[in-house]
Design a protein around this ligand. Structure first.
Ligand code: FSX
Ligand code: SF4
Ligand code: F3S
Length: 385
């Protein structure tokens, strides 16, 4: 049996056991799609694109479709901590409902501070009921960093003024799976930028259970939905990289799949925003693009119903899915200091051949990787002290 056969079997067993649970929604998915003028063909096309995105072979498409239909069996709890709500916006703000956003109507979202109708005591009661009634079964999604200084007092929520860190521990204790949605929940985000007065941290630095990080400021809606579908499909967490990001989404560098890469290799750079090179769509490296040091799938999946993405719109990547990017990727519109990157910037002026470029970028990426490793070591030391 090859590994895909084993995965296929695992998914079939998982879906069979999910189908025995009762639905938490009134209408099946088909009815919801119909109400939004989407037909079965749209849905299957979408399921095929999710299957490809998860790096699964095409014959998994019917299983992915079944997994989505069974998404109404799993309750979701979504906590907001220190952040701007951009992650939720990324998912739901579209001019017409997409299947990605509809899936979040279809799952049983038991608690989400910005989407639920309830407020005040009623909202707090909803959260407690979800935690109690679905213990061991709900998926916990966290948006936002966790302020830990002053016993977490920098963030209090609700009438009882519970701290974010306390709510997180409480909700995480009985969760079946925990996803950190966005760079804030994954790595602390802008709140954790130096000097980090609130002691903001990523979720996995605060709780001891396994956490899947889905970073990006904000993350692509497709990466949020794909992570959810993967868990429903297999009942397990996906293969992850060193920063606990799913490899299917964060396994490649922006630079490797960038539409401007040919211009980088040819030494054709935008020298100032709005110049002739900018009009020709040349490489944004000299305008501070951090695509060579950033792992994400934006160039392939794009944003806003696949219309565009930062580099397509004419601005460099800011490295928003990397740990500590506010501190390590600045200045945002200039190349990282040459002393840091061992001469990559000097080389960019002279290059014209792919070989030289690839070598230079290899050195640069390695230098940044070591920088992150050092900065992570520093964080760990701080935590232990
Ligand atoms: Fe904002 Fe989310 Fe950035 Fe953070 O996205 S878009 S500050 S990652 O937590 O709301
Ligand atoms: Fe694309 Fe940025 Fe790489 Fe240039 S440096 S090819 S704009 S990712
Ligand atoms: Fe972020 Fe760069 Fe993508 S800034 S959205 S990782 S192109």
């Amino acid at each position: 049996m090859n590994s895909y056969d084993a995965l296929f079997k695992q998914a079939r067993l998982q879906l069979d056991s999910l189908s025995k649970l009762s639905s938490l929604k009134e209408d099946p998915l088909e009815v919801m799609l119909e109400k939004n003028h989407l037909d079965r063909r749209d849905f299957i096309k979408w399921a095929a694109s999710i299957t490809a995105m998860l790096a699964l072979p095409g014959h998994f498409t019917p299983l992915v479709a079944d997994a989505v239909k069974l998404a109404d069996r799993l309750p979701l709890v979504w906590l907001h901590l220190a952040e701007c709500t951009g992650c939720s916006e990324s998912l739901i703000r579209t001019d017409s409902p997409t299947i990605d956003s509809l899936i979040f109507d279809y799952v049983s979202l038991e608690y989400h501070e910005t989407l639920m109708a309830a407020s005040g005591w009623q909202a707090e009661e909803n959260l407690e009921n979800a935690i109690k009634n679905y213990a061991g079964r709900y998926i916990l999604l966290i948006e936002g960093g966790v302020p830990t200084a002053m016993n977490g007092q920098y963030l209090t929520i609700g009438a009882q003024a519970r701290t974010g860190v306390d709510l997180l521990h409480h909700a995480a204790a009985s969760a079946a799976a925990i996803f950190s949605i966005g760079t804030c929940a994954s790595f602390g985000g802008i709140q954790a930028a130096a000097p980090n007065p609130t002691g903001a941290k990523g979720v996995d630095k605060v709780i001891s259970k396994p956490v899947i990080n889905v970073p990006g400021c904000p993350p692509n809606a497709k990466n949020i939905v794909g992570t959810l579908v993967y868990f429903i499909l297999f009942g397990t967490l996906p293969a992850i990289d060193v920063y606990s990001r799913p490899k299917w989404a964060y396994g490649n560098r922006i630079h490797d799949n960038c539409e401007r890469r040919g211009h980088f290799d040819a030494g054709e750079f935008v020298e100032t925003f709005g110049d002739g090179g900018a009009k020709e769509g040349w490489c944004l490296y000299k305008q501070g693009c951090k695509g060579p040091y950033t792992f994400n799938n934006c160039s392939v999946e794009r944003f806003n119903q696949h219309t565009n993405w930062p580099i397509g719109a004419g601005h460099g990547c800011m490295g928003c899915s990397e740990p500590n990017f506010w501190d390590t990727m600045g200045p945002l519109e200039k190349p990282i200091d040459s002393h840091l990157l061992m001469g990559l910037n000097a080389t960019a002026d002279k290059i014209g051949t792919t070989l030289l470029t690839a070598t230079a970028i290899g050195i640069g990426a390695h230098a940044v990787a070591s920088l992150f490793a050092k900065s992570n070591d520093r964080n760990n030391e701080e935590e232990q002290s």
